[in-house]
Unconditional design. Structure first.
Length: 274
């Protein structure tokens, strides 16, 4: 079995399908069966024999290659979604609803329209739904999402100057905690460690495991250590350069490698045992 990754929207999660007998390459447009019915998707990577974190349930097969008519219908639906978005936005303003419209999605067969929005609490959107049903004569589904998922759907540039991780390649959100910033000796200034969504940046998880493991075998900040220049206390750690900054008892500040500090510390322990 060959496994292929398919995205239905630029910001969407990658879904895995059995490519069957089709010879696919990245960028190909295909039709697949989903829980919502037939959908047009884009191949994200060429078929592979195995993929990490594969779902336990059996994979659905790619139905067929998309035709020019399928693509034309998809583009027409995208245009309709823009029109629905504009109408919905105006109605939200008219009714002064405490919600922020994020995106609109219409199923390819037109049987349902999904409205994605953010809000601080519960919103009574019954009148808004009536307006939409009266205008488009189809089923309306309102979906309240979090600010992280909003950033993923909308997209933007991060403080690093690159496209947001969540909208470019992340398929799932991992838990992020303030402890991750502390372990990496980062400034705890919210403006420095928060993403465009206002939550802690997803990239804080990327190097956290490395920092956590690296810190296990070196003296902590404030620890008394022995160096070739004398004894002192650790005042800074630089895990990437593998050095420690030590304030000697004499008041002098020096930088020493991990190996020098650890070896001296181990030697001191051995001398005490003897």
């Amino acid at each position: 079995m060959k496994i292929v990754g398919i995205q239905f929207r630029d910001y969407g999660k990658i879904h895995y399908f059995n490519s069957g007998h089709f010879v696919l390459k990245k960028g190909d447009k295909v039709m697949v069966e989903t829980e919502k019915g037939q959908e047009l998707g884009t191949v994200c990577f060429e078929p592979k024999s195995s993929v990490e974190n594969l779902p336990d349930k059996p994979l659905r097969k790619v139905f067929r290659l998309a035709t020019s008519k399928d693509i034309e219908r998809f583009e027409k639906r995208a245009q309709q979604e823009e029109e629905i978005y504009a109408f919905c936005y105006e109605k939200i303003k008219e009714r002064s609803l405490p919600m922020c419209l994020v995106s609109v999605e219409r199923l390819i067969d037109g049987s349902k329209i999904m409205i994605y929005f953010t809000a601080d609490g519960r919103v009574d959107f019954r009148e808004l739904v009536k307006d939409l049903v009266q205008k488009y004569h189809t089923r309306i589904e309102m979906k309240q999402i979090g600010v992280r998922y909003k950033a993923k759907m909308v997209g933007a540039l991060g403080t690093c100057g690159r496209q947001l991780c969540c909208s470019s390649f992340l398929s799932n959100f991992e838990p992020v905690s303030i402890r991750m910033a502390k372990e990496q000796n980062l400034s705890l200034n919210p403006s420095k460690i928060s993403g465009m969504c206002g939550r802690l940046m997803c990239c804080l998880t990327y190097e956290y495991d490395y920092y956590e493991k690296a810190k296990k075998d070196i003296p902590k900040i404030g620890k008394k250590v022995k160096t070739i220049h004398g004894e002192g206390r650790v005042i800074r750690q630089n895990l990437l350069r593998k050095t420690l900054t030590v304030m000697l008892d004499s008041g002098e500040e020096i930088e020493a490698s991990f190996d020098d500090i650890v070896n001296n510390a181990s030697q001191t322990k051995c001398e005490k045992k003897e």
